[in-house]
Write a protein that binds this ligand. Structure first.
Ligand code: F6P
Length: 331
């Protein structure tokens, strides 16, 4: 296997930042193992930008990432840091990196992580490559983000359990899933769980449309239903929609279930372990090839490097054909 390098990068640091996602450990492992293959020194920064500012930086050896590929969460911990959005915070962070002679960074995280990384790499001319680690799948330039597929499976498992009790009691359940301002988890978990309606921030499914489909359903003696709602839905979350239905149709026995942080935990599934391994690998290979200020992504099974500005700002649309199909299959 070739070890070609076009840069003289010798020490890289990896960190996880923002909401954790199943698969982050697999990505950390891949970064460390790929760096070791190229005889680089690898450091771990704990708690993302918080740790960079506080100097919480430690050497990572290849054996330290043994037996973590299957573990949820992140061994480096994570945090959201407002201080890093200040020049003073970034200056302290840079001093700490220089104190360890770190000359490149791998940032594992989401929008906020890459926003900070983009400013930092321009301000201090330090190479940074991003690995999209967020369950929201709301980053342009990659088909899936690390943790998304596992989160969808977790949401579907929860919906299957809710379906049992909804069926037993002939209840109308409103289930809220994560995704911040995106509806990827809701759309995929809604299709996979056979939801009667799927409310996403990106679509214009209305409460009236839900009422019509409930009426149609009761005409064919459909005695219970599941409705999935993305937390960023414009006409409100699961509780708000349930309240409207309860008011209009008091005869419906409604309940609300907010799945919440369950979607962030758990062992990464096969897809996320493979995706995380690919992205950790390509992040280090990209740094050694002289790339910086980009996010490593997988599009149609091929690696693609997207500049942070686009990864953060370009809208990643829901698949309209999937939205249309979901409506048809739920009739
Ligand atoms: O970005 C991942 C995410 O889980 C979002 O889906 C959710 O809105 C947010 O993080 C929750 O943030 P916190 O973990 O800080 O409550």
């Amino acid at each position: 296997m070739s070890k070609e390098k076009t840069t003289n990068i010798k020490r890289i640091a990896v960190y996880t930042s923002g909401g954790d996602a199943p698969g982050m450990n697999a990505a950390i492992r891949a970064v460390v193992r790929t760096a070791a293959f190229h005889d680089l020194h690898i450091y771990g920064i704990r708690r993302g930008y918080e740790g960079m500012i506080k100097g919480d930086i430690m050497r990572l050896e290849t054996k330290m990432v043994g037996n973590i590929i299957h573990r949820g969460g992140t061994i480096l911990k994570t945090a959201r840091s407002m201080e890093f959005m200040t020049p003073e915070g970034r200056s302290l962070a840079y001093e700490n990196l220089m104190a360890h002679d770190i000359d490149a960074l791998v940032a594992i995280g989401g929008n906020g992580t890459f926003t900070g990384a983009n400013i930092f790499q321009k301000e201090y001319n330090i190479p940074v490559i991003g690995v999209p680690g967020t369950i929201d799948n709301d980053l342009y330039g990659t088909d899936n983000t690390i943790g998304f597929d596992t989160a969808v499976n977790t949401a579907i498992e929860a919906m299957d359990r809710i379906r049992d009790t909804a069926d037993s009691h002939n209840r109308l359940f409103f289930v809220e899933v994560m995704g911040r301002h995106a509806g990827f988890i809701a759309l995929n978990a809604g299709i996979g769980s056979g939801s009667a309606k799927i409310f996403c921030p990106e679509t214009d499914i209305t409460i009236e449309a839900l009422i019509n489909s409930l009426k149609k359903g009761s005409r064919r003696k459909k005695l219970f239903s599941l409705v999935i709602v993305a937390e960023g839905n414009k006409s409100g979350g699961a509780q708000q929609i349930a309240d409207v239905i309860k008011e209009k149709f008091p005869h419906y026995d409604t309940r609300v279930s907010i799945i919440g942080h369950l979607q962030r935990g758990g062992s990464p599934n096969a897809a996320d372990r493979v995706l995380a391994s690919q992205m950790g690998y390509y992040a280090v290979e990209g740094l050694l090839a002289g790339k910086s200020g980009v996010m490593a992504g997988i599009v149609n099974n091929k690696v693609r490097y997207t500049v942070f500005k686009d990864a953060i700002n370009k809208v990643k649309p829901l698949d309209n054909e999937m939205v249309k199909m979901a409506e048809i299959l739920a009739r």
